[in-house]
Design a protein around this ligand. Structure first.
Ligand code: COA
Length: 374
């Protein structure tokens, strides 16, 4: 048996941002236009007018101030209200592969490794831009990695589930190392025409290199333990899929072909699930809340993170103990906790313990307990 370790991480951040002010202005223009176009139906009581969105609500309900996106022009155009991305030829790198590649190169550079040191690529994300061939195999090819690659999807928990899969393979000796990449174009499945959720998501890609600890060339994080759990729920759901054209109205512009959630229920049901999951994982590993130096949580909602941080530590976390990045990135699905880890882990000292935790659709929750090794 070998000891798996995180030896490098990388983040690809898109160049375009949308502030809450820009987002709300575009949504409100869309709402006014839609209401004007449907004035008769609204007057006859056959349709509810669309209400305006508000910056104050978004900040208070979520903590989000802006999000990065791959294309803001379409999202902010009241005539379009979704990203506009160029259709690439089959002989060009796909957009998700390109984002993952950037993050993967940064992770390799941080670890002081090259593609020749990697055996496996796992592309773990909420959506794949095509059915097949696997995105992971394209990323493997672009990096020039031998061995094998595969895609997996556990929505917002994809990264921690991917880390568990990679860590278990490294531990057993079937591979020496794996790159877990999380390219997320959440702007593609977000319903920008719905004020209840239009502020939630952003785009990003992250990568994590998992190796045998004996292969590390610099400081690293030993993976002490991982734990994953799932429990079926329809409260976060997207019905888009390959059987779409087989259904009578399947290719219509249907609301359920984009992200849908019952946010209040998610809040109420996921918080206890996550708090209990982390507590049980820590207890099983003999880790007490006073041992834990940092929490890198899924980045969906500030209030949720404040609640979980307090539950896990038994007190209000001090500044820096539970870093949030959601104010800048919004919810980036599987990538959120890895962005937080990547940006806020260098300052820990040898022996310090930390915990990555992601949670979301499924429901799903995954946690990774780490120890810093200088
Ligand atoms: N601007 C202004 N008002 C808005 C609005 C907007 N953009 N969106 C919703 N509102 C209104 C609602 O219509 C509602 O009005 P009502 O009280 O008259 O019915 C009111 O604000 C409160 O809405 P609600 O949805 O109950 O807000 P909330 O406090 O629950 O916050 C979320 C909404 C989505 C931020 C919150 O529920 C959440 O974060 N849930 C968990 C999300 C999550 O983690 N999802 C995982 C995704 S992977």
């Amino acid at each position: 048996m070998f000891t798996p370790a995180i030896t490098g991480t990388g983040v690809f951040t898109p160049s375009q941002t949308i502030t809450n002010a820009e987002l709300v202005a575009a949504f409100n223009a869309y709402a006014d236009k839609t209401n004007a176009e449907n004035a008769k139906a609204i007057a006859a009581g056959k349709m509810e007018p669309l209400a305006h969105s508000s910056e104050e609500f978004i900040l208070k309900a979520s903590g989000i101030e802006q999000r990065y996106v791959m294309d803001k022009s379409g999202v902010l155009d009241p005539e379009v209200m979704h990203p506009l991305l160029r259709q690439r030829g089959d002989d060009e790198p796909s957009i998700m592969a390109e984002m993952a590649l950037d993050a993967a190169k940064k992770a390799l550079a941080q670890a002081g490794k090259t593609a020749a040191d990697v055996d496996t690529v796992i592309c773990a994300a909420s959506n794949m831009e095509r059915a097949y061939p696997a995105l992971a195999i394209e990323i493997q090819d672009l990096l020039g990695i031998k061995g094998f690659a595969f895609d997996m999807n556990v929505a917002c928990s994809s990264a921690t589930f991917g880390i568990q899969a990679a860590a278990d393979m490294v531990r057993s000796g079937s591979i020496r190392s794996a790159l877990v990449v999380n390219p997320e174009i959440c702007s593609g499945h977000l319903e920008w025409r719905d004020r209840d959720c239009h502020f939630i998501f952003g785009d990003v890609a992250t990568a994590t290199l998992i190796e045998r600890s004996e292969d590390a060339t610099g400081a690293y994080f030993e993976i002490l333990s991982t734990r994953c759990a799932t429990s079926f729920s329809n409260n976060i759901r997207n019905n888009n899929g390959y059987l779409r054209r087989s259904r009578p109205d399947g290719v219509e512009d249907r609301r359920d072909m984009q992200f849908m959630q019952n946010g209040r229920k998610v809040f109420k049901e996921v918080l206890p699930m996550v708090s209990q999951h982390i507590a049980e994982h820590m207890e099983a590993e003999g880790v007490s809340n006073t041992d834990l130096k940092r929490l890198w949580l899924h980045q969906a909602n500030k209030t949720m993170n404040d609640f979980i941080g307090k539950k896990v530590l038994g007190r209000t976390p001090e500044a820096g103990e539970q870093p949030n990045i959601l104010q800048d990135y919004a919810n980036t699905s599987s990538a959120g906790s890895i962005i937080a880890f990547s940006k806020y882990s260098d300052d820990l000292s040898a022996g310090d313990l930390g915990l990555i935790c992601s949670f979301g659709a499924g429901y799903s929750v995954g946690s990774v307990i780490l120890r810093r090794v200088a």
